[in-house]
Design a protein around this ligand. Structure first.
Ligand code: PEP
Ligand code: MN
Length: 354
């Protein structure tokens, strides 16, 4: 439920309503726009009677949010959420952020060489997996804790924030110890609710990927577990969503997964969290990665996550989708597309076509 205060509501009125909500046992999220303030009531307010608030000084409208992902919705919070990585990188609200790096950490040499290339190309964040969820148990599984150690070392050396996948909550201490900046929830764990609840408690930035078979509604409900804290946890506002393609493609197999470009637009329109496109896992093909990056940017992505490798043909994991010299051109063109899109939107005064 949200309480839309009148445009001229006094600070005192806002405080009184906030206190009333808290006295009823709920937390609040204040969203102060240029015109008016929205008081979001956190948690399950389905049994709360809206008449308690209707008619009180400063109260405009009291609205029940119909989506199951209430706190992610633009109704709950109209403005973009910005995720701040240690004061170094910002994601959301007009920034365009690039995360790039190898699918898997293979060795110190490989990680350093790739970090060098990624940084030179202009990426903001280094991605690299230490725990790799592979389809076959015989495929390279990643270096595990050793990989996290290497990532921490390279992060320091190149002064670049890092994102890596957390496949199990038992690794949280290891991640904390090595100061991992962004905890990636992979497609296979997209609905691992126990892990999501732990990350809600932890408060560290999370990159939450959409599961391969998840409808958008199911994906957003899963992210709501992290953001809202599910009533019993604190909740974590530092969530970024990631579209990485859904159910394997049709028989013709143009792509490894079906890139759901319209989903990016839908999320941008209806949710306030940053949305990051993953052109690598959705295409599975090096030659398609640039064009999917462009399409995702045009659809409204706040950034992209790309697999890159200093020696793509010998990558131990996902070599067919790894880029190398293409990376700087992809980044440059995406930024141009973003700015052309903003120019186009300004012609029509679209409020949310960001
Ligand atoms: C990855 O980013 O390396 C990865 C395994 O992605 P996904 O979970 O989307 O398959
Ligand atoms: Mn991969």
């Amino acid at each position: 439920m949200i309480i839309h205060m009148k445009p001229k509501a006094k600070e005192h009125d806002i405080k009184m309503i906030t206190k009333r909500v808290k006295d009823l046992g709920f937390d609040v999220d204040l969203s102060k726009g240029t015109e008016s303030t929205i008081i979001g009531i956190k948690g399950n307010a389905s049994k709360l009677d809206e008449n308690i608030f209707i008619g009180l000084p400063g109260v405009g409208e009291v609205i029940r949010i119909s989506e199951k992902w209430k706190e992610l919705s633009r109704e709950y919070r109209p403005e973009d959420t910005v995720v701040d990585i240690d004061g170094k990188v910002k994601i959301g609200n007009g920034y365009f952020t690039v995360m790039a790096g190898p699918c898997a950490i293979e060795s110190e040499y490989q990680l350093r060489k790739t970090a060098e290339l990624v940084k030179k190309a202009g990426a903001d964040i280094l991605r690299a997996g230490a725990f790799k969820p592979r389809t076959s148990p015989y495929d390279f599984q990643g270096l595990g804790p050793k990989g996290i150690e290497l990532l921490a070392k390279v992060k320091e050396e190149f002064d670049i924030p890092v994102v890596t996948e957390i496949t199990d909550m038992s690794y949280i201490e290891l991640f904390k110890e090595h100061d991992i900046d962004i905890y990636q929830v992979g497609a296979r764990n997209s609905q691992n609710f126990e892990l999501l609840k732990k990350l809600a408690d932890l408060g560290k930035p999370v990159l939450h990927k959409r599961g391969t078979s998840l409808k958008l509604n199911d994906f957003l409900c899963a992210a709501e577990y992290i953001y809202s804290g599910n009533g019993s946890n604190k909740g974590n506002p530092n969530v970024m969503l990631c579209e990485r393609g859904t159910f394997p493609s049709n028989e013709e197999k143009v792509c490894r997964n079906n890139p759901d470009i319209p989903a990016i637009h839908y999320i941008k329109q209806n949710c306030h969290l940053p949305i990051i496109g993953d052109p690598s896992h959705s295409s599975g093909k090096r030659e398609l990665v640039p064009y999917l990056s462009f399409a995702m940017t045009a659809a409204g992505a706040d950034g992209i996550i790309i697999e890159a490798h200093y020696d793509p043909n010998n990558a131990l994991c996902d070599k067919n989708q790894a880029v190398k010299e293409e990376l700087s051109g992809i980044i440059k063109t995406c930024k141009q597309i973003k700015s052309v899109k903003e120019e186009y939107n300004s012609l029509y005064d679209f409020k949310r076509f960001l």
